[in-house]
Write a protein that binds this ligand. Sequence first.
Ligand SMILES: Cc1ncc(COP(=O)(O)O)c(C=O)c1O
Length: 371
Amino acid sequence: MNGYPLSDFLKARPEVERLKAYSAPLEGRRNLLRLDFNENTIGPSPKVVEAIRSFPADHIAIYPEYDGLREALIANLSSSPAGLTSALTPAHVGVFNGVDAAIHAVLQAYGASGDTLLTTSPTFGYYAPCAGMQGMVIEAVPHELPGFVFPLEEIRTALLRTPRILMLCNPNNPTGTRLAADQVLELARQAQETLVVVDELYEAFTGDSVLPSVDFEAFPNLLVLRSLAKTAGLAGLRIGFALGHPDLVDRVGRVTGPYDVNILAVTAAMEALKDQDYTNSYVREVLRARNWIVSEMTHMRIKHHVDGGNYLLVWPRRSVEAVEAELRAAGILVRSMSGKPQINGSLRISIGTTEQMQRFWKAYVAIDSEL
Ligand SMILES: Cc1ncc(COP(=O)(O)O)c(C=O)c1O
């Protein structure tokens, strides 16, 4: 049968034609020790699980309601030991289908074709495709070696060219690079014509957040991203937040659908935000496990790098592919950093509980057999 000449019609915008679908090795991970996506490795608070189990069936048929969620986040942040210097209102908080969706929305709302996204390299892999689909130009400044130090002077110089957006991952995934909160604020003050987005997904593990000290009236160009995925264990439900000046949050919200965040995610988030003790105790356990694994690696002179976040980098003596595959065969997932600038040849290991890290370490030592 002669078909229509659809091929040209099927082509998307040129920016989309240049993209590759973002792919992460997400399948077949159940029942394994998952040290590959920096997720919470033990699951959410029992109160979250109970709220989902007892969720009324008829409410599934209703579009979600978001009343009280923004207030619950603000109450949670205000009651943290660091607190908040200036009061936040619900208008300061945007709710998204994970921080990924927030990143997408920010770039959709603010990134026009030809605008520059300034960031560091290597960094979280989803910034580039979101910028790419807008036709933005990406300027990625390498971290300073040794130690993957934040390239402060180079970023300052690049800001003089007024990029549209500066994306800071703090601490940076995957190098753990940390930037003190007052340095973030200083960059935002310097670059008042640039939108400064701080992705604080892993701040709970290191405490460099700008939220306790920022007044968004004084920093209307600053947007802070937070998620319940990595600490509270809600990665599978997808919920994230963007905090900033109400005018900024309003604009980022304009490019999302009215019901993009589902009602189970909202229900779970409300419970997780109320049960901060559970999250705190998980974070404390991860930090204990981190100390343990780092001291083992140091003791055995294994090349590694650790800084902020619930992850570290390790350079196996054998090939990364072989070690990754053999760990998988032993039931343990880690993430190869092959092909990434500066860290090619390393594995990123997420940090779970001490018991989980002991299991990982036993397998790793046996597999990287020259030890
Ligand atoms: C730095 C960073 N930002 C954002 C995300 C996405 O977070 P979420 O699960 O809330 O979409 C991740 C997930 O790995 C991440 O590492």
